[in-house]
Design a binder for this molecule. Structure first.
Ligand code: ACO
Length: 275
């Protein structure tokens, strides 16, 4: 049966000490992504993006799942029954928020607490840092129900994983543990379940201390350069650094340099300057 709850309940969030904790919130449906959830997630992400009290965004799941991928009932079967217009609309709604996340203004951390399937690879890739529980499970299950990993999922596997591992992952429909996902490059690292929140909090605390404009320029540069030649990447880096100057980047750098060279207050090789 379709989820009868209103759109607003499909995503929940709280902001604590500069961190926005955003939850896929359909635990009874293993947080699979319905058109309602996709619409609500876009609204929530956009609302949080420019709030001064949000320095870092964490995307996690309520219950036993991060997300079980696209909703096979509401996203596929029911939408397809309405025809091509409805299909394209729901594709745009989901790809739209995945895209927002890839180019988010603030640093983002995926905290993968459980199942992560198929369409979930879009937001997984959208987050800048991904920390998984050791017992999380990752799967391109599409092949198990007769489709290819679409919605960005196969591209994510191919971008993040060694080719041979990505090919096996896409063709076999077997799940990876958090540990395997870490070894194969799908996530940044994995930790025991009981340490998951603590580790993510630690990362958020470190990110909060850094210059937000420099972080944004860094993450966008890293993403933008993926398909650039070395020379184009170098040129982009020069321009991105100079663009930072219109956000106080020059003053920040002069101050940081002075804290190191003149005041001897910190060492950039060991910690972050006082912003
Ligand atoms: N789409 C629609 N409903 C789903 C989905 C989904 N992706 N995942 C779970 N649900 C629903 C189940 O139908 C069930 O609904 P019901 O309570 O109304 O019967 C409820 O969520 C709970 O699911 P269970 O299967 O009972 O939970 P369990 O913990 O035993 O298993 C698991 C979890 C392994 C995640 C299982 O639900 C599953 O295989 N889900 C599908 C995963 C998947 O292949 N997703 C699609 C990837 S491809 C893509 O995204 C394009």
């Amino acid at each position: 049966k379709p989820d009868p709850r209103p759109q607003e309940e499909t995503v929940k969030y709280e902001v604590t000490d500069g961190v926005a904790w955003v939850y896929f919130n359909r635990p009874d449906k293993r947080n699979c992504m319905s058109p309602k959830l996709n619409r609500q997630m876009k609204i929530v992400l956009e609302e949080l993006e420019f709030r001064d009290d949000v320095k870092v965004l964490v995307l996690t799941g309520e219950g036993s799942s991060w997300t079980a991928g696209m909703d096979l009932l509401e996203y596929f079967r029911m939408t397809e029954a309405e025809g091509l217009g409805a299909i394209r609309k729901s594709q745009r709604e989901s790809y739209g928020w995945f895209e927002r996340l890839r180019w988010y203004e603030k640093p983002t951390v995926a905290m993968i607490n459980g199942w992560c399937f198929g369409g979930g690879y879009g937001p997984l890739f959208g987050c800048d840092i991904a920390i998984a529980s050791e017992d999380a499970k990752f799967g391109l299950s599409e092949i198990n129900w007769g489709i290819l990993p679409g919605g960005g999922a196969s591209k994510v596997a191919q971008e993040l994983m060694p080719f041979r591992k990505a090919m096996y992952h896409a063709m076999m429909g077997e799940n990876l543990t958090g540990k395997q996902a870490e070894e194969q490059g799908l996530v940044t690292e994995c930790v025991p379940a009981e340490k998951l929140k603590e580790r993510v909090q630690e990362i958020c605390d470190a990110l909060k201390k850094k210059d937000g404009h420099a972080l944004r320029a860094t993450k966008w540069t890293m993403r933008r350069m993926v398909d650039m030649t070395y020379d184009n990447g170098l040129d982009y880096q020069i321009r991105a650094q100079e663009a930072l100057h219109s956000f106080g980047g020059k003053e920040a750098r002069l101050e940081a340099t002075s804290q190191f060279l003149d005041k001897k207050e910190f060492k950039p090789g060991l910690s972050t300057f006082d912003t």
